[in-house]
Design a protein around this ligand. Sequence first.
Ligand code: SF4
Ligand code: SF4
Length: 89
Amino acid sequence: MSFKCNQCGECCRNIGGVELYKDLDNGNGVCKYLVGNLCSIYNERPILCRVDESYELFFKHIDKEDYYNANYAVCKLLKEKTEKSNQKE
Ligand code: SF4
Ligand code: SF4
């Protein structure tokens, strides 16, 4: 089992105000390494951008399915937020 990301790029566009990602922020809340919807440093991206490896290192005390579901819930919220703001335009 591994995390299923559909590469929408929304998480990488919403790092503003998140202390852990502050070194990646281009000043607009978007990661400076995001190109289109993709990570330009994918193979070298920080551990905090790696859902499965982060689980192994930091979240093993949580059930893996619960961990994935929490991540999927954030993905869904970010996608909904973007959909809403696109509808306003
Ligand atoms: S928001 Fe979720 S689905 Fe979209 S790129 Fe990030 S991890 Fe992948
Ligand atoms: S380093 Fe890559 S995966 Fe991590 S937030 Fe930036 S663009 Fe996204």
